[in-house]
Design a protein. Structure first.
Length: 243
């Protein structure tokens, strides 16, 4: 692929007209990045994202409110790095075990008829402090720029963005996009500096999208922040092609 596909082609892919291709959209927000806490990843729970096990783990889902009994859809990868999903009904503040074991979790959202009252965590059942996905109540869906290319597929990074939101005056930050090939370490693939004295957002479109191999982890990270209470957002689109 030597050019960014046109919009009509991408819509055809999104409609499922190509059996060997699909599009993944990831977006996220970290509501509170502080100068003394960086690095932090762009996801709703805040801080550094830590769910990268080497084997699939049992998971559970729980809310901070006893009132929440909504159905939650969870999506991730199984022990073979294939996409799996399930829907579980919340039982308020009592943890509910998921049916599947997950080696990665990258999306969850409320499929019920009522808004969530509390924040919802998808977490390891062997270590409740390890959160894999997090839904802020008012949003009803995860916001995390964390993704892993499934087995048997190659990803092509089409475009992405980052921005500061409600950052106040005279603030700056540095944000990076990273990929970790399977068995390797996180490598920087792009970076940008934002400032309220100039650009508070940045968008990039690849003309020759670099391939991202199967089982590679992807994240957007804030590495420098000049102040406290900075909300950072980001997202990207990836074209998945069967190997």
């Amino acid at each position: 692929m030597t050019y960014l596909p046109d919009r009509e082609f991408l819509i055809d892919v999104a409609m499922g007209l190509y059996d060997n291709m699909s599009i993944v959209n990831k977006f996220g927000a970290n509501p509170d990045v502080d100068s003394g806490s960086v690095p932090e990843d762009v996801w709703g729970y805040g801080g550094v994202y830590g769910f990268y096990p080497t084997a699939a783990e049992g998971m559970e889902i729980v809310s901070t409110s006893a009132s929440d009994t909504e159905d939650i859809f969870i999506q991730g990868l199984d022990s073979s790095w294939n996409v799996i999903s399930e829907t579980k009904t919340l039982n308020g503040q009592t943890a509910v075990a998921l049916d599947n074991d997950y080696i990665r979790v990258f999306r969850a959202y409320n499929t019920g008829a009522n808004d969530l009252v509390g924040n919802v965590s998808v977490r390891m059942d062997s270590g409740a402090a390890t959160v894999a996905a997090y839904i802020i109540a008012a949003e009803n869906q995860t916001q995390q720029t964390i993704y892993t290319i499934p087995a048997g597929k190659t990803g092509y990074f089409l475009q992405g963005y980052v921005a500061m939101v409600d950052a106040g005056a005279s603030r700056t930050c540095r944000m990076i996009y990273q990929v970790r090939p399977f068995g390797g370490v996180f490598q920087i693939k792009g970076e940008v500096g934002l400032t309220t004295g100039g650009n508070t957002h940045w968008q990039y479109r690849y003309q020759g999208p670099p391939p991202i191999p199967e089982k590679s982890d992807i994240r957007i990270r804030v590495t420098e922040a000049s102040s406290a209470d900075m909300k950072m957002v980001g997202g990207y689109d990836i074209l998945l092609v069967d190997n």
